[in-house]
Write a protein that binds this ligand. Structure first.
Ligand SMILES: [Zn+2]
Length: 340
C-alpha cells in the first residue's frame, strides 16, 4: 500500500491548481529517465466482494491519466526500454498492469487504443488457464461475507480485528494480507483454510472467479494490436517465500506458457507483490537464466537514465489514494513524488 504523507498530497494539489507543476517540471525540476506506473484493475469496486484495494482507477480516471501521459511524455513499450534507459535526454513513462483481470481487456484496452498508447500487461499464466480465486481476493471475500462485526483469530492477531464499517473492514483485510504475504508459501493454503474457519465462510466458491480473468484469445487480440505482455509467475506466490526449485518453475513455466500462446518470445517479468523483500538476488538470477531481460518491482521510485538495475526496474503503484493531481505530480516531478 502507498502511504503518501498529507504534505505530499497538499503540495501536489497546489502545484496542479496553480499550474506550477508543469513550470517546475520544465525548469528546475528537470529529470531524465523512465517513470513506470502500475495498475491492477480498472472500474468501480463498490459492487464486488473481492479485494477493493486492487482497483487502481475508474474508467474515467484512467482515461484522463492516459490522455495526460500522451500529451506530456513519451509513452513507451518494451522495445523502447534499452533506448530510454540509456539516453540521458529521454523523459519517458510506461503504463503497466499486473495479474490479468478481465477488466484489463474490457475497460483498459479500449481506452489505450483510443489514445494510441503503448502498455505492458504482466499475467499470471495459471490464472488464465485455471481461473482460480486469487489469495488476496479470497481473503477479502471471506472477510466481507462473514457477517461478523469482530474477527477473533488469536493465533495470528492478539487483538480482535474490527469489521464495524467499510473503513475498518478494509484495514482488517489489509492486515490479514500482510500476514499472509509474510509466511512460507507451503503454509499459505492452510492459512486460508483456517481463515475460512474463523470467519465461518469456508473457502470461496470457484464460480466467483469464472468471469474474472482474461482469456488467451483476449490476450492474443491485444498482442496483435501492439500491446506488450510479460510474465508474472504461474500461480502468483511471493517468490522470496518459495524454495529455489519452486521459484525456477514459476519463472520458467510462465514464460514458456505465455510464449506458446502468443507465438513469440517475451522478455519482461514483474515480481508478485513486488516489495523489496518479495524477491531476492537468487530470484533475479533465475529470471536471467530463464531468458527474461527485465524484472519490474513494485515498491515505488523511478528509473533515472543510466542508473538502473535491469532486474529491479522501479514502478509507482496507482491506487485509490493516488488522486489525479498526485498522479500528475509523480509523472512531472518523480524525483520528489515517486516515493513511498
Ligand atoms: Zn500480481
Amino acid at each position: 500500500m502507498v502511504a503518501f504523507t498529507g504534505k505530499r498530497d497538499i503540495l501536489a494539489n497546489t502545484l496542479e491548481r496553480t499550474g506550477t507543476g508543469s513550470l517546475l517540471s520544465a525548469t528546475i525540476g528537470q529529470w531524465n529517465g523512465l517513470v513506470v506506473f502500475n495498475y491492477h484493475r480498472i472500474g468501480d469496486p463498490s459492487e464486488t466482494l473481492l479485494d477493493h484495494a486492487l482497483f487502481s482507477a475508474t474508467a474515467t480516471e484512467f482515461d484522463q491519466q492516459v490522455r495526460f501521459l500522451k500529451r506530456n511524455f513519451d509513452v513507451i513499450g518494451v522495445a523502447d526500454l534499452p533506448r530510454v534507459l540509456h539516453d540521458s535526454s529521454a523523459r519517458a513513462v510506461m503504463i503497466t498492469f499486473d495479474d490479468g483481470y478481465i477488466d484489463n481487456y474490457e475497460i483498459a484496452f479500449p481506452i489505450l487504443q483510443q489514445h494510441d498508447a503503448a502498455a505492458l500487461f504482466f499475467i499470471a499464466s495459471g490464472y488464465l488457464d485455471d481461473h482460480p480465486v486469487a489469495w488476496w481476493d479470497e481473503v477479502a471475500w471471506m472477510v466481507r461475507t462473514s457477517g461478523l462485526r469482530q474477527l477473533c483469530w488469536e493465533k495470528h492477531f492478539p487483538q480482535s480485528l474490527s469489521l464495524e464499517n467499510e473503513e475498518s473492514t478494509r484495514r482488517t483485510i489489509r492486515e490479514i494480507l500482510l500476514k499472509l504475504k509474510s509466511i512460507p508459501e507451503e503454509n499459505a493454503d492452510n492459512f486460508l483454510i483456517q481463515l475460512g474457519e474463523v470467519t465461518g465462510t469456508g473457502r470461496c466458491p470457484c464460480e466467483v472467479s469464472d468471469q474474472l480473468w482474461m482469456s488467451w484469445d483476449m490476450v492474443r487480440e491485444m498482442d496483435q494490436s501492439g500491446i506488450d505482455f510479460g510474465g508474472h509467475t504461474v500461480n502468483h506466490p511471493v517468490l522470496a517465500n518459495c524454495d529455489v526449485d519452486r521459484q525456477r518453475m514459476e519463472i520458467s513455466n510462465s514464460k514458456q506458457r505465455i510464449e506458446a500462446e502468443l507465438g513469440h518470445s517475451i522478455t519482461t517479468f514483474s515480481y508478485p507483490v513486488g516489495q523489496r523483500d518479495s524477491f531476492t538476488e537468487e530470484t533475479k538470477k533465475l529470471l536471467e537464466q530463464a531468458g527474461y531481460e527485465w524484472g519490474f518491482s513494485f515498491y515505488g521510485g523511478y528509473c533515472p537514465a543510466s542508473q538502473f538495475d535491469p532486474y529491479d526496474l522501479k514502478r509507482m503503484p496507482v491506487e485509490e489514494r493516488v488522486h489525479q493531481n498526485l498522479f500528475r505530480s509523480i509523472a512531472r516531478l518523480p524525483q520528489f513524488f515517486a516515493k513511498k
